[in-house]
Design a protein around this ligand. Structure first.
Ligand code: ARG
Length: 574
């Protein structure tokens, strides 16, 4: 069981004994380790409510708590605070259990859910660009963490593979095939899109053909569909190259693009109309939402079918949501999408609830994230102002990191430097993103993300290799040993290591991976202090040496597992 839960159970029992059973307890890890390991707040409120003297009540609770095996001391600090000091032997036992368990003592959820996570979801008309980086990285990390905690995760890559742009792209593909240049042109999708757009704007005949293709696509013309499929496959292959470089868990089986919902769009709209939720407005079908007033204090209009019958992004998302509930049986739907789409999702979920499609028992959450900025404080672009292709960015990360490790350690062979560069470069990009609160914009800066100091991937990866090097130096380290926590720093480390499960559960609940990143950084800094002040290999006695090696082992395992859950690899040496 997680440490926090154990302590909470003790406190709860003490509250019951003190006849405060239904009073909410506020239990927190202590802010200052000098006073204790945990802190209980809220006794003041309980005392007021039950008309008791707060200090006396606190003392009564403290006395009960002191008799617990887990707790060495409970001291009343102010009228409403109790500081708890946990028993070192109990902590040592839990560390012993964690270090010898393949899951590091972390249990799976007692109430596993089917979690559908919508992430990456690029528009296939163009090459993936930096705008898709955040969704891909955050979504993949949530996928890993929720899976580790025993949930069934179904990733969904809601690629944009439908819409008028594809008529233009198919028309251009036909032209390129005629001149034998199709393969060449398709190698760079960004350029392909731009060339097609130029043709569309300059040549009326081409533009008309493109429009015809849109109609043919929508009416299911087999010939045009074949060409469209070819384009989509090529674009997906480009995306897969990016996913492989990033080491994402996404593959083709998770692709369920906008086009997949075509057949359901009309019935979805009809059903909303039938329920009276959608009404005709200037030829279009619209759901008006009182809950979302616009600037003029009028209900927001959620358009689900255009005048003339065309469907939109919103119509697809409605059909898609139903699919995720009815076919995939999701009990929790996460949408890892740019914060600028917040209103869209808020409205979407509201309509789905009203229509009875989204039951109360199913959570639907938009997991928003901010924009990736350049050092100039503007959205990240190339020097010439173009969007940056993701593949270029990843290659640059790897080559920068390779050069860096080569400079640090010139003895490395080209191959070794390239491999380490790969792990460090990709890790740096991911960690720079995952270590920040996702809701804010963040500045993409090579120097800070590739630094070996501070809250970065290289720092954590390096900390891991330092732990591993201890084990290389320790000849025949004992597999198992009794753990003793005598030094305050040892105890602090133990407490922190035992919080791993709480941290993961917190990330699972809130979908904020930066809690995990910050936790790992804290572990790494504690390790560094521990390493300096508590000799491990040269400890005074064999027993202390063996005990400290176990602590170091758990630090290493925690860093490795934690980074893996963020989608970041580790190396045994760098
Ligand atoms: N393709 C969209 C974009 O690039 C993101 C799709 C997100 N998922 C969804 N179900 N709407 O902005």
């Amino acid at each position: 069981m997680k440490l926090h839960q154990k302590v909470a159970a003790e406190v709860e029992a003490a509250f019951v004994k003190a006849q405060l059973g239904d009073y909410p307890i506020i239990l927190q890890p202590a802010k200052n380790a000098d006073f204790g390991d945990y802190q209980i707040n809220g006794v003041m409120g309980a005392a007021k409510k039950t008309k008791q003297n707060p200090r006396e009540l606190a003392q009564r609770v403290a006395d009960i708590l002191t008799s617990s095996d887990l707790i060495d001391a409970a001291t009343v600090a102010g009228p409403g605070f109790i500081n708890l000091r946990l028993n070192s032997n109990q902590l040592a036992q839990q560390i012993h259990h964690a270090v010898n368990d393949s899951r590091l003592g972390i249990s799976k959820s007692a109430t596993p859910q089917t979690v559908v996570i919508d992430y990456s979801s690029p528009n296939l008309a163009k090459e993936m660009h930096v705008g898709h980086l955040r969704s891909s990285i955050i979504g993949d990390s949530l996928n890993r963490i929720l899976s580790f905690l025993g949930h069934e995760v179904i990733p969904q890559n809601h690629v944009g593979d439908w819409g008028t742009q594809f008529g233009m792209l198919v028309a251009y593909l036909v032209e390129q095939k005629q001149s034998g240049r199709a393969d060449l042109e398709l190698a760079d999708l960004e350029q392909f899109y731009r060339n097609a757009k130029v043709r569309f704007d300059e040549d009326e005949t081409f533009a008309n053909t493109a429009r015809e293709y849109v109609v043919k696509l929508q009416s299911g013309d087999e010939q045009v569909l074949t060409l469209w499929r070819q384009f989509v496959q090529t674009s997906l292959a480009h995306a897969n190259t990016v996913y492989q470089k990033l080491g994402l868990k996404l593959n083709n089986s998770h692709v369920k693009g906008e086009s997949a919902y075509n057949d359901q769009l009309q019935s979805t709209v009809d059903e909303l109309a039938h329920q009276g939720l959608a009404v005709d407005s200037q030829g279009a079908k619209v759901v008006f939402l009182e809950e979302f007033k616009n600037q003029d204090d009028e209900p927001a209009a959620f358009i689900i079918q255009k005048k003339g019958g065309g469907f939109l992004y919103a119509s697809t998302d409605l059909a898609c949501l139903r699919y995720r509930i009815n076919q995939l049986h999701g009990n929790r739907l996460l949408y890892v999408v740019d914060a600028r789409q917040s209103l869209h999702f808020a409205e979407l979920f509201t309509i789905a609830r009203k229509a009875g499609w989204l039951p109360d028992t199913t959570q639907a959450e938009h997991v928003p994230f901010g924009t990736m900025m350049g050092k100039d404080g503007k959205p990240f672009k190339t020097r010439s102002g173009d969007t940056v292709k993701l593949i270029t960015l990843l290659d640059e990360a790897v080559s920068r990191a390779s050069a860096l490790v080569k400079a640090k350690n010139p003895a490395l062979s080209e191959e070794e430097a390239a491999h380490i560069g790969q792990v460090v470069g990709i890790g740096a990009i991911k960690y720079a993103d995952l270590s920040k609160n996702r809701t804010s914009d963040y500045v993409f800066d090579w120097d800070s993300m590739l630094s070996f100091e501070g809250n970065t991937a290289p720092y954590l990866q390096y900390a891991y290799t330092r732990v591993q090097s201890i084990f290389r130096k320790a000849e025949n380290p004992p597999q198992e040993a009794q753990i003793t926590l005598n030094e305050p720093l040892e105890k602090q480390l133990a407490l922190e290591l035992l919080r791993f499960e709480d941290v993961l559960n917190n990330v699972a609940d809130t979908a904020y991976p930066h809690y995990l990143a910050n936790y790992l950084y804290h572990i790494a800094t504690l390790f560094s202090r521990f390493y300096e002040s508590c000799p491990i290999l040269k400890a005074n006695t064999e027993a202390i040496r063996a005990s400290r090696l176990q602590l170091a082992r758990l630090i290493g395992l925690t860093l490795k597992e934690g980074l893996a859950l963020l989608g970041i690899d580790t190396l045994e040496a760098m």
